[in-house]
Design a protein around this ligand. Structure first.
Ligand code: SF4
Length: 252
């Protein structure tokens, strides 16, 4: 696996062909994109094409896990004109794996390239964010999209999630985490929410990447050692030290 350049623990590299976004659900409330833009006196709702980064994957020779659009949503309407070019770059970068995560799965089908098929785009993992039961419908929408791998980011987890067996069967990889934030801009997470979800997924042998407990949990539990609630004290429950990945094709 190639060298890690992203601070996001479940990826190696982030690529932002465009930046900026609009909030769509409760999970967006403390979006870090908004935090970063506001710190620079920029309006996060002004979506712009990041031309200097557009062709970046083509210049990276070693195979990378690339989180695509960490500072936007890949299926944002404002990106419709440039997205076909980005699909071409993805198709021509078969040595990379592109992790795409959206809160707009209802737009996926109309935004796929004409030559979309598992063979041409086997290097794409398509995922949805689900923060609560209210957003479980995103998983059902994702199910209807033919793709190599479907994943879910349960972050920021805002409540208990109950999955049926059919729903669990859709998920090839699950990332789980509480909300991180500063200055009180984070919400509560409960151990029972994490435990319940992890037991459900573990029983069906779904690969789980437990990312973090979240800032609220950290502030309320002394044994977590960092501000995000990501690191544990040495004797913390081993159950949460789980950072699995789905099987990754080694393309070079
Ligand atoms: S969809 Fe993602 S990037 Fe866009 S506002 Fe919501 S959390 Fe932020």
């Amino acid at each position: 696996m190639a060298k890690k350049e992203s601070s996001i623990s479940w990826t190696n590299f982030t690529w932002n062909p465009w930046m900026g976004c609009h909030k769509v659900s409760a999970g967006c409330k403390f979006c870090y994109l908004y935090r970063n833009f506001e710190n620079q006196n920029q309006d996060a709702k002004n979506v712009f094409i990041n031309t200097s980064q557009l062709f970046k994957p083509l210049s990276i020779k070693k195979s990378q896990l690339i989180f695509t659009c960490s500072m936007s949503d890949f299926f944002l309407q404002e990106a419709d004109k440039v997205r076909p070019q980005v699909w071409e770059i993805i198709k021509n970068s078969q040595h990379h794996t592109f992790q795409i995560l959206t809160k707009r799965p209802e737009r996926i089908k109309k935004c796929l390239p004409k030559d979309w098929c598992q063979k041409n785009y086997s290097n794409v993992w398509l995922g949805v964010s689900i923060e609560s039961m209210n957003e479980l419908h995103r998983l059902h929408t994702l199910k209807d999209v033919p793709c190599e791998l479907r994943w879910v980011s349960f972050e920021p987890l805002l409540g208990e999630i109950f999955l049926s067996k059919d729903e669990i069967d859709i998920i090839d990889w699950a990332v789980i985490g509480g909300e991180s934030g500063t200055n009180g801009n984070y919400r509560k997470s409960e151990l029972s929410w994490f435990l319940s979800l992890m037991y459900q997924l573990r029983d069906s042998q779904t690969p789980i990447f437990f990312k973090q407990f979240g800032t609220w949990y950290h502030h309320n539990h002394f044994y977590l050692r960092d501000w995000k609630g990501e690191k544990y004290c040495p004797n913390f429950n081993e159950f949460f030290r789980i950072r699995q990945y789905p099987k990754i094709k080694d393309n070079g």
